[in-house]
Design a protein. Sequence first.
Length: 120
Amino acid sequence: MEQRIPTIIIGGAVKQSTDASVGAVAVQQLRQLNFDKAFWGMNGVDEHYLKTPDVEEAAIKQTVIDNSKDAYILVDQSKIGAYSFVKVAPVTKVHLITSTSSSESNLLKKLKKKTRVMEG
């Protein structure tokens, strides 16, 4: 069934492994947009930063986070404390959504002092 939802496609280069739009053209186009809510996956979250392995994807994620009223980062427990090459944004700029852990880690406790953490 057709929902008739308006869709905007961002240009730029296409990253082969993920089909993500990346590069300067994509970042430039995203800078012109404002978002009420943005939802992103992330490869790692430490006590201070969101992280990802790819410099170009980091630039896309940074731009959207900067242009969002509310940015939500979706991470499972394996991403909490995981190391990745590129810093995307401070954890204080986003809300974290994660799977419930039977034993809350010390890092998760520290993150809850810096930002909203939703478990489910």
